[in-house]
Design a protein around this ligand. Structure first.
Ligand SMILES: Cc1ncc(COP(=O)(O)O)c(C=O)c1O
Length: 423
């Protein structure tokens, strides 16, 4: 593709736009309900860890030389062991911490793990199953790398397994292929905030087993839970063959750009090959800081953070219920987001945001980008795959960043503006 400067850019630059969430980060507004930005970070804990570390480095220059250096692509063994223990003890991920800690892989954010997984699993035209709507940080790379997205209807409990089964059978008939990947966020999904019940988790696992599909279980919000959740899908995967389990430090620690995952052995090998060329390795210094956090501080930090996030959620839910016009919202039990859909199908949350919300100091994320720019969905009868279309009367409203008083004020203001526009 030629442009004004005469350079010939790669084809994807012509059809992939900048991430809507990234572009929204440019706005400074009073009422920020957009990106999944954590508003509660244990800054004092991290300040103390860094202070102690600086003393240790002064006393031990050899340690400092190692920690300020390149390291193994998949992460430092001491950090992998710490994470393996937490994944086993707290999340019930079935790995033996003594002998299988090397199954854990460190990436630059779980975003890099998502990208590398698609990059290593998908050839152009290969099929990827996702919920509708779905995390745009997964959808866009999947389209960029040539994946054929098949979206599955969701309800207040997330993706509906019966439709997954149908979509697989129709994909086989229509494209002559079985899907390679199924992507799900079981705990407080992004963007809808819904949580998959235990029975659906098991059904998805069984479907993946019977059709030889890799499940990507993105557990970004697993630690930010207001009540106890069903066990991860990964718990069914005793032999570590079927589920790529992804975690991130971003929501439960600090945004230090570190993700951790448990990948089937052959998948891990390919993902690490990819990562080796993407960034060589993840910063050792950052792994050292996080190692201290996961060994000694995460439980206390979560005990403080979860009630504070819950209060933000409650403030938002209450203000939506009292001020928004006719529509439906989700009722998350954790995570960062509420999803709202207007009853009015002609409403565009994107146009409204540009014309009304931003001039009133409010941003959220319009729902459109959580649907693939090209892809398929089941038709109403559930017996054919038809082109997927975004539902533009939707929005993702994040409660993670603003304090409860500001949430109440901002959401009531947004509700008033929406009611005026929608009657
Ligand atoms: C569901 C989900 N997965 C992955 C990510 C990426 O997280 P990170 O790259 O910060 O680990 C996010 C970020 O918001 C997310 O919401």
């Amino acid at each position: 593709m030629a442009n004004k400067t005469g350079y010939s850019f790669a084809t994807w630059t012509g059809f992939i736009e900048e991430s809507e969430i990234r572009s929204l980060l440019r706005y400074t507004v009073k009422y920020y309900f957009a990106g999944g930005k954590p508003g509660i970070i244990p800054t004092e804990i991290f300040a103390n860890i860094m202070k102690d570390l600086s003393e240790r480095y002064k006393a031990d220059p050899k340690l400092a030389l190692e920690d300020l250096n390149y390291g193994p692509t998949g992460g430092q063994s001491w950090f992998l062991k710490t994470l393996a223990k937490r994944l086993h003890d707290v999340r019930e991920v079935p790995i033996d911490c003594e002998t299988e800690w090397e199954c854990v892989t460190i990436t630059n954010g779980s975003q890099q793990a998502l990208y590398a997984l698609i990059d290593t699993m998908i050839d152009p035209g290969d099929i990827i199953i996702t919920p509708s709507p779905s995390y745009l940080g997964f959808l866009v790379p999947a389209v960029k790398l040539g994946g054929r997205i098949v979206t599955i209807p969701t309800d207040m409990n997330g993706i509906i397994p019966e439709y997954v089964e149908k979509a697989i059978l129709i994909s086989k008939r229509k494209f002559g292929k079985t899907p390679d990947i199924m992507y799900v966020v079981p705990d407080s999904d992004n963007p809808k905030g819904t949580t998959l019940p235990a029975s659906r988790r098991k059904k998805l696992y069984d479907i993946a087993e019977s059709h030889n599909i890799l499940i990507i279980e993105d557990s970004a919000y697993a630690e930010i839970q207001f009540k106890e959740n069903p066990k991860p899908i990964k718990t069914f995967d005793k032999d570590n063959k079927r589920v790529a389990y992804l975690g991130t430090t971003s929501k439960e620690a600090a945004v230090l750009r570190v993700g951790y995952s448990v990948l089937p052995v052959n998948v891990r090998e390919q993902v690490l090959k990819d990562k080796g060329y993407l960034d060589l390795c993840t910063s050792t210094l950052v792994q050292r800081i996080l190692d201290e956090y996961y060994k000694h501080h995460i439980d206390d930090a979560m005990k403080t953070a979860i009630p504070l996030y819950k209060a933000r959620y409650e403030a938002m839910a209450k203000a939506i219920d009292s001020s928004f016009p006719a529509g439906e919202r989700t009722d998350p039990t954790g995570g960062f987001f509420i999803w709202w859909q207007s009853e009015d199908k002609s409403f565009s949350s994107k146009v409204f945001m540009q014309d009304v919300a931003i001039p009133n100091d409010i941003i959220y994320v319009p729902g459109g980008p959580f649907y693939p720019i090209t892809g398929y969905k089941l038709n109403d009868g559930g017996n054919e795959l038809v082109p997927a279309r975004p539902e533009l009367n939707t929005m993702r409203i994040g409660y993670s960043y603003a304090e409860p008083e500001l949430i109440t004020e901002g959401i009531e203001r947004l509700g008033g503006l929406l009611s005026k526009a929608l009657g």
